[in-house]
Design a protein around this ligand. Structure first.
Ligand code: PLP
Length: 384
């Protein structure tokens, strides 16, 4: 095809990007799928000059391919892959915050993110405010001159709270504060924070991007290349919390089916949420797709095509009743993590450690791709 006839990647649909972005075989073998480049080091030219890759911590063809694909999926200028979601969050915090900075985080955010700020950034004298970000006024009330970062998580983990991304991005912009969003739960299939004024998006790629509960990873995506993004690249290469070539390869492969796995998980979640709502042994269902959800109208405004596949429930009764229900499930396994093809439940309070935020009777549910009738029957038999 002549260059002027080529369809540029930003015109592709997410399904096409997920299959094709990042790797274009030019090898003499003509591999359709990218091979795994295990070599940690790469040969120099005869005159000693360097080629594209030097040493695997600095860069590797598999990492390069997966970063290109994720940047295109999320609609960002560049992506940075890390060995876990927490490593990605830490990289951003280390490069945006300074000693004495102030950060605003949601009161219902992944406990690991809170732990990072509380246990480690405290040593840098970083101050933090935990606020209910569903109300803009709560964020405005804690902004101070030292505020350097607003960290959003929407939907939040585990109560599925929704904050208004555009409104918060506008406030951040007005106050010249960096704003970032943990987009792990929503995924770029349903929510594109970079298009709503956010500077950085983060994913635990361990979850929906990997989708099979067999790869640990994290990724940051920047809206545009800046001096901070240059520093992030340098930080990634120097600090070295990078994923292995095999993990990048697995992630790249999993991403190809991400746009067909996640809509199914999402429609299963909606059906399950509606079913749970009818059960008299269930006290409450938190799912942003339900009109009864406190922030449903904001979710409907900013999430396009679905509300994700994570929900939480309050079981009528105490901790023992809740654990008993979780233990009786046969298809849903009681385990941590989320976003895989298999359905999981988790008693969050047990997982949250020293600073629990979840009630004793809360179970978080990650809905997989199993047949919905089997999932509903499993819930019914466990509730009996
Ligand atoms: N963000 C959210 C919303 C999460 O649920 C998690 C992990 O559960 C993380 C970040 C951290 O990711 P990882 O476990 O890949 O380090």
């Amino acid at each position: 095809m002549a260059p002027e006839q080529e369809i540029s990647i930003d015109k592709w649909h997410i399904q096409t990007i997920a299959v094709h972005a990042g790797y274009n075989s030019e090898s003499k073998e003509g591999d359709i799928m990218q091979p795994i480049h295990l070599s940690t080091t790469f040969q120099r030219n005869q005159d000693g000059t360097l080629n594209e890759f030097i040493y695997s911590r600095s860069g590797n063809p598999n990492r390069d391919a997966v970063e290109t694909k994720i940047a295109a999926i999320e609609g960002g200028a560049e992506a940075f892959a890390f060995s876990s979601g927490m490593a990605a969050i830490n990289a951003l915090f280390e490069n945006v915050l300074e000693p004495g900075s102030h950060i605003i985080i949601p009161d219902d955010c992944y406990h690991g993110t809170r732990n990072l700020v509380d246990k480690f950034f405290r040593r840098w004298k970083v101050d933090f405010s935990e606020v209910d970000m569903t109300e803009i006024k709560n964020v405005l009330a804690v902004i101070k001159p030292a505020t350097k970062l607003i960290w959003m998580e929407t939907p939040s983990n585990p109560q599925l709270k929704i904050c208004d991304i555009t409104a918060l991005a506008t406030i951040a912009n007005q106050h010249k504060i960096t704003i970032a969003c943990d987009n792990t739960f929503a995924t770029p299939l349903f929510q594109k924070p970079l298009d709503m004024g956010v500077d950085y998006v983060m994913h635990s790629s361990t979850k929906f991007f990997s989708g099979h509960s067999d790869v640990l990873g994290g990724v940051l995506v920047v809206k545009e290349k800046t001096t901070v993004s240059e520093r992030l690249r340098e930080y990634q290469q120097i600090a070295g919390a990078v994923p292995s070539p095999f993990d990048c390869w697995l992630l790249n492969r999993s991403l190809s089916t991400f746009p067909i796995r996640v809509p199914l998980q999402c429609s299963n979640a909606m059906a399950l949420a509606q079913h749970l709502l009818q059960q008299n042994k269930i006290e409450k269902v938190f799912y942003p797709g339900l009109p009864s959800h406190l922030n449903h109208s904001i979710a409907a405004k900013q999430m396009k095509g679905g509300f994700g596949s994570i929900l939480s429930i309050l079981v009528k009764g105490n901790k023992e009743d809740t654990l008993h229900f979780a233990g009786r499930l046969k298809i849903f396994k009681h385990a941590t993590s989320l976003g895989g093809v298999e359905s999981l439940v988790e008693h969050r309070r047990t997982a949250e450690g020293a600073h629990p935020i979840s009630p004793d009777n809360l179970l978080r549910i990650s809905v997989g791709i199993e047949h919905i009738d089997d999932l509903l029957n499993d819930i019914s038999q466990a509730l009996e």
